[in-house]
Design a binder for this molecule. Structure first.
Ligand code: KG4
Ligand code: ZN
Length: 350
């Protein structure tokens, strides 16, 4: 098969990112321009602001990426772009940039699903992809379990019915006044806390399905901190050791649920490999929890390397390469797909 050099573009939320990946796993250049400072004062991503920042950054980020890769547009095989799910205004900027380049440089355009890119990101640098595998995708907007039979055969087993894991981290961090983004802050603060200090709920942990629910956990933390009926007070009445205990206990409940469901999915699908991607895959307790549980269960764990856990275009270019090689090319009518695609679910019984 001839060599495949893909420019990937990723603008689905609040990171403007471009990358050049060769043959689906050699990263020649990868740039991420984060907007985190723009959104921090609002405590979350503001879609309007995100879209405007993408407009400003997308062209310089792409040009700098090609410069770092020492490549010209003519050297590329195709342009891959994350077309959804995500914020529609943000997605449109990346898609428009990709279409413009495809048309101007006469290059094929390849559509990539953002979540499928997260689900396969653990294979980014590996010579032998670990398929079939169970993929846990845990990010600010999504929490899903997939059965990945191959790069082009990815089936949804279950997903969150309310908050995403990262969203729960961000909301609990806001409640504890730990700043934004909340995941890394809780991860840091929890190191000084006792994960067994408070028994927070582990919703549906033993239920025979692969869906998640984290809103009850978030509410339990709220009630624990402020008591019933007294929402959004300050946490000034808590000592820093108590805040660390709440952070550690919340993180333990969330991680226990993710680990248990992931292992149950691996048993259900009779696979020996587990891959993890998405921003929350950077969480140290989740990484340690999965490592211990997989080792005990005789499963091989493939953690996405830290730089490719949060949103990045390298994962888009890598999956884009596999899709391009399979002839899955889009035309210039490609549209942003803000909502979740709902692939056929695997059977529930186990
Ligand atoms: O994948 P990502 O960059 O964006 C989405 O597609 O949503 O994930 C961002 C999420 C945020 O909610 C952030 O708080 C969370 O990932 N996150 C973490 C950690 N690092 C980032 N959550 C827990 N622990 C971390 N170390
Ligand atoms: Zn993401």
């Amino acid at each position: 098969m001839s060599s495949c050099t893909i420019l990937g573009i990723e603008t689905s939320c609040d990171e403007t990112s471009a990358a050049v990946v060769v043959d689906g796993r050699h990263v020649r250049a990868s740039l991420v321009s984060s907007q985190v400072d723009l959104h921090a004062r609002y405590g979350g991503v503001v879609p309007e602001i995100a879209a405007r920042a993408h407009i400003e950054h997308v062209r310089p980020v792409i040009e700098e990426t090609l410069k770092q890769a020492s490549l010209r547009y003519q050297d590329l095989s195709a342009i891959a772009v994350a077309a959804g799910p995500g914020l529609v205004g943000s997605l449109l900027i990346g898609i428009t940039a990709a279409k413009t380049l495809a048309l101007a440089c006469d290059l094929p355009l390849v559509e990539v699903d953002h979540l499928e890119a997260h689900a396969t990101s653990a294979a980014l640098l590996s010579e032998t992809p670990p398929w079939p595998a169970i993929a846990l995708v845990v990010s600010g907007g999504h929490t899903s379990l997939y059965l990945v039979r191959d790069f082009l055969d990815i089936g949804l087993l279950g997903q969150t019915t309310d908050d995403a894991a990262g969203e729960a981290f961000d909301k609990v961090a806001a409640l504890l006044e730990l700043g934004y983004p909340g995941g890394p802050a809780i991860d840091r603060v929890a190191r000084a806390g006792n994960p067994a200090a408070i028994r927070f709920p582990r919703t549906w942990i033993d239920k025979p399905h692969f869906d998640f629910s984290f809103s009850g956990l978030k509410t339990a933390v709220l009630y624990h901190v402020h008591g019933h009926g007294r929402k959004y007070g300050s946490v000034a009445h808590l000592a820093s050791a108590q805040i660390a205990d709440v952070a550690a206990s919340f993180q333990a409940a969330l991680v226990a649920t993710l680990v248990s469901k992931t292992l149950a999915a691996a048993r259900h699908a009779r696979v020996s490999d587990v891959v993890v991607g998405g921003g929350v895959a950077a969480n140290s307790a989740l990484r340690a929890g999965l490592a211990g549980a997989c080792q005990k269960a005789g499963l091989r764990l493939h953690l996405t390397s830290l730089e490719y856990c949060t949103d990045n275009a390298a994962m888009v270019a890598a999956l884009g390469c596999r899709r391009f090689q399979a002839g899955l090319v889009s035309d210039l009518w490609l549209e942003a797909r803000a909502g979740l695609r709902r692939p056929a679910r695997a059977p529930r019984s186990r």
